[in-house]
Design a protein. Structure first.
Length: 209
């Protein structure tokens, strides 16, 4: 869903408005929060053949990650009902540190297997080669950050606004639990844990040239 310049603010501003840590409703605007697993399989239910097993493996990895996320989040002191921006930031960083430590040794592709990366690039290629492709690309490039250094298990840069993720693009990709979102950074598709502000995995060259 396209976002205006006013909404393209650092996440801490978004989080300060609500006690909900994950400002991810934009990614699934018409769907209520679904349990882990259910959300991850909704959009892939019509995929068949070899692709189905590739997506099923991705969904399983998502569920494993969310189990880790929830386990580690449960060790932290819960936020107050109306936390301050500083309290939210401290909580985010504490959760990120725990998850990053638990995922030490993970390499790029820990969520997106080589086969899943190929599948994602193919899906996005179809979307951007379609009749709405030019419009979609324009909406993304309006706010797509370029020249940004990001790293696996690192913090999504505070200075980088949330890039536009049109519904057409999100519908093509496997659905995610509300704590996770897809974002474009340059031509890379980034999987972000919005609660910890952690970069979970990256697909290079995902946005067709």
């Amino acid at each position: 869903m396209p976002i205006s310049a006013k909404r393209a603010l650092p996440w801490i501003a978004c989080l300060a408005v609500s006690s909900s840590l994950a400002c991810g409703s934009e990614q699934q605007p018409d769907s209520p929060a679904a349990p882990v697993g259910e959300a991850a399989t909704r959009s892939s239910s019509a995929i068949g053949g070899a692709d189905a097993s590739v997506v099923a493996e991705f969904n399983a990895r998502i569920q494993d990650y969310m189990s880790l996320h929830q386990q580690l989040a449960g060790t932290l002191t819960p936020l107050a009902k109306e936390p301050t921006p500083r309290e939210i930031d401290v909580h985010q960083r504490a959760l990120l540190a725990l998850i990053a430590k638990a995922r030490q040794g993970n390499a790029p592709g820990n969520m997106f297997s080589p086969e899943m990366q190929t599948f994602v690039r193919g899906l996005l290629g179809q979307v951007f080669d379609g009749p709405e492709g030019k419009r979609l690309r324009s909406s993304i490039e309006d706010e797509n950050p370029v020249g940004i250094v990001i790293a696996l298990n690192g913090r999504y840069p505070d200075s980088v606004p949330l890039s536009t993720m049109p519904p057409d693009v999100l519908r093509a990709l496997p659905a995610l639990p509300p704590e996770l979102e897809y974002r474009f950074v340059g031509n890379r598709l980034v999987l972000v844990d919005t609660v910890a502000r952690l970069i979970v995995d990256i697909v290079d060259n995902a946005l067709p040239g």
